[in-house]
Each structure stands twice: as structure tokens, then as C-alpha cells.
Design a protein. Structure first.
Length: 132
């Protein structure tokens, strides 16, 4: 087996951890009601905070476990693209007041990259038969 397959797996697992961390930030730091208030303050429906949290958590777990990783990575892109859009006015760095856009954009790019290059090794459900 080529080392690139292990590199892809490393990317997939790191992405999974980052998506889970992003979800847990909403739950444990900002709380889900607080996240809902933030969503409303930036023009999104407040209720959207709950499915976004669920998508980030479930998607992160699916990436870690290797359950259709390519499709999962691609399906999470709109979530983080919206986050990047919200944070653009705050500047580049995530440490800027209100959070910058570099972290969400990096997660978008890494997720698209995983979709393009494949699942890696140690997957429970491979997506290669579904994506040309």
C-alpha cells in the first residue's frame, strides 16, 4: 500500500477531529441556545443552529470512522462556507474579535481536497464506488 493512502487517512481523521471540535464549541462553550442567538444576530434562522451542530458532530464522527468520507466531506462544505461568509467582515485571523475567516476557509479547502483525493485506508464504508 502506498504511503499516500495513509496521508489521506491522516487528513481525513484530522478533519474529523476539527469538525467535532467545531460542533463541541457550539455545545460546550457557546451553548446551543447561545449559538442559536448568534445565528439570529447574523441573519440566519435561530433554529438552524441545531441541525448545523448535528451535521458537524455526525460528519466529524463519520470522517473519523471512515463512513462515506468523500461524500461527508463534500456535504459539510456549505456549512463552513456559510461560517466563512459570516466572519469575512472580522478580518483574516480567527483570533480577531468575532473570529476571522481563515479557519473556516481552511476547513472548506481541506474538505474539498479530501473529496477530490479519496477515502484513505481504514474505512468502515468506502465511497469510491459512488464517486467517479
Amino acid at each position: 500500500m502506498r504511503s499516500s493512502a495513509f496521508g489521506i487517512t491522516l487528513l481525513r481523521m484530522a478533519l474529523g477531529v476539527m469538525w467535532i471540535a467545531h460542533a463541541l464549541l457550539k455545545l460546550l462553550v457557546f451553548t446551543l441556545p447561545g449559538t442559536a442567538q448568534f445565528f439570529a444576530s447574523v441573519g440566519f434562522p435561530a433554529w438552524l443552529a441545531y441541525p448545523v451542530f448535528a451535521a458537524e458532530l455526525a460528519g466529524g464522527l463519520a470522517l473519523l470512522l471512515g463512513i462515506y468520507p468523500r461524500q461527508v466531506a463534500l456535504s459539510l462544505v456549505p456549512v463552513m462556507a456559510a461560517a466563512a461568509w459570516v466572519h469575512v467582515p472580522n478580518g483574516w485571523l480567527h483570533t480577531s474579535p468575532g473570529g476571522g475567516w481563515e479557519y473556516p476557509v481552511f476547513l472548506v479547502v481541506a474538505s474539498v481536497a479530501l473529496w477530490l483525493i479519496g477515502d484513505g485506508v481504514w474505512t468502515l464504508r468506502s465511497s469510491t464506488r459512488f464517486v467517479p
